[in-house]
Design a protein around this ligand. Structure first.
Ligand code: PLP
Length: 455
């Protein structure tokens, strides 16, 4: 079949996630046929540098035969069995052991799911169950952040703070509240969307204000009513939002003061993205629960889970009886075998330390230099996640949203051989962690080319 045939079938039958179906138009989808290393190849023979690691997940890059072999072997051995009702299998218990070894010391248990959304659903049920078991059933509210992304299931959408998602698809899960995000460039420096309090002039004051907003929300909801705070260490889908240094220490203080559980959504930041095994390690957090997915298998097969800290795990185990929760594919043996091999390779190849010590700092220097481009108001990065904030060179302010400058830049990028994602006028990268310095140079040059073409 040729590209046109695939495109016709695609248009006729396939409902894409997160897509305006009419926008596919006559041109149709780009058909991606294969990939290796950090490059994807389309059906017209173009080779494109994948600056997004798929959807922030292909941490080890494409074409890793070891992962294929792990899947094949496990398929022969035991393609499926569940771990409900007192059974288990070797890959799932070995994966749990490995994850616990990599996680912060107070985390000794794992619950498996099929995705990041299911992991967040699970976390929500666990925090409410925990407080019920502790004899505090009134502690039900979960505080999240505006513009957070925690998934597409009903609980995931509710926990997330994406206004367009909230506007579609019916009532949300009750007792979930949202507070402002620590997005310095947008809400601090540009003061966008700030009907809220104050306008601090420096990022650290802004970070402290955002933590204070959590305390204010706790007091408004009732200090005995709040079960947990959930957040990504660095907000990914919202715009690769790296919080000011002051933010997390101040948040930790607030949560301790009111006995509120901390759920750190590691679905993007986990497995090396920020140069540590978990974003929580980078920010010195001690989460009660850590939802994971994506990089756990480098995206080769769907698998997620929740790393459960001792105080929640012990309560659920000792006082909880049966936890009526689980998925057919919780701890799927083939997915678990691939995840296990993925962790082994990340370790044996020293991938995470290389992001921290070499590639992250290297990218940071090259990326920051893009701030000299007239279209770029801010270039920020941490480890191998980064964002460019596009602004009108004439005013230094945002373009009128109706001009779709971010979308234009993204399309020009793709045409020029680089996948970058746009969130409004924020351009994002999150490349495979095995990218080389030369490939980072190529990424930067292609990004610069797309910025020039956008101008
Ligand atoms: N949490 C975060 C931080 C994410 O970025 C995502 C997906 O992008 C999810 C949860 C949902 O994961 P999944 O798409 O595997 O359900």
């Amino acid at each position: 079949m040729h590209t046109r045939d695939y495109q016709a079938l695609d248009r006729a039958h396939y409902l894409h996630p997160f897509t305006d179906f009419k926008s596919l138009g006559e041109e149709g989808s780009r058909i991606i046929e294969r990939a290796e290393g950090v490059y994807i190849h389309d059906s017209d023979g173009n080779r494109i540098l994948d600056g997004m690691a798929g959807l922030w997940c292909v941490n080890l890059g494409y074409g890793r035969e070891e992962l294929v072999a792990a899947a094949t072997e496990q398929m022969h051995q035991l393609p499926y069995y569940n771990s409900f009702f007192k059974t288990a299998h070797p890959p799932v218990v070995r994966l749990a052991e490995q994850l616990v070894k990599l996680a912060p010391a107070h985390i000794n248990r794992v619950f498996f799911t099929g995705s990041g959304s299911e992991a967040n659903d699970t976390a929500l049920r666990m925090v409410r169950r925990y407080w019920a078991l502790k004899g505090r059933p009134d502690k039900q509210w979960v505080i999240s952040r505006e513009n957070a992304y925690h998934g597409s299931t009903v609980a995931g959408v509710s926990l997330g703070g994406m206004a367009p998602m909230h506007a579609q698809g019916g009532p949300l899960v009750p007792k979930i509240a949202h507070v402002r995000q620590p997005y310095w460039f947008k809400e601090g420096r540009l003061g966008e969307g700030r009907s809220q309090e104050g306008s601090p002039q420096d990022p650290d004051a802004f970070g402290r204000d955002c933590a204070a907003a959590i305390e204010a929300k706790i007091l408004a909801l009732g200090e005995d009513q709040v079960a947990a705070f959930i957040a990504e260490p660095v907000q990914g889908a919202g715009g690769a939002i790296i919080p000011p240094e002051s933010y997390w220490p101040a948040v930790k203080e607030v949560l301790e003061k009111y006995e509120i559980l901390l759920v750190v959504d590691e679905v993007i930041c986990g497995f090396g993205r920020l140069g540590e095994w978990f974003g929580s390690v980078h920010y010195d957090l001690k989460p009660d629960l850590m939802p994971i997915a994506k990089g756990l298998s480098s995206g080769y097969l769907p698998i997620g889970g929740v790393l459960v800290g001792d105080r929640v795990a012990e309560t659920l185990i000792e006082e909880g009886g049966e936890f009526f929760h689980g998925f057919t594919y919780s701890g799927h043996p083939v997915c678990a075998a691939v995840a296990l091999k993925n962790l082994e390779l990340l370790q044996s190849e020293g991938v995470v330390a290389r992001v921290r010590d070499d590639l992250g700092p290297y990218l940071a220097g090259r990326w920051k230099a893009l701030e000299a481009h007239p279209l770029v108001g801010e270039a920020r990065s941490l480890g191998l996640i980064g964002a460019l904030e596009l602004v009108d060179p004439a005013s230094g302010e945002r373009f009128d949203a109706s001009r779709g400058i971010g979308t234009l830049c993204r399309d020009l990028c793709f045409a020029g051989g680089l996948v970058m994602r746009s969130v409004g006028d924020t351009m994002i990268i999150s490349p495979p962690l095995v990218i080389t310095r030369d490939e980072i140079d190529e990424l930067i040059e292609k990004a610069r080319g797309a910025l020039d073409d956008t101008l």
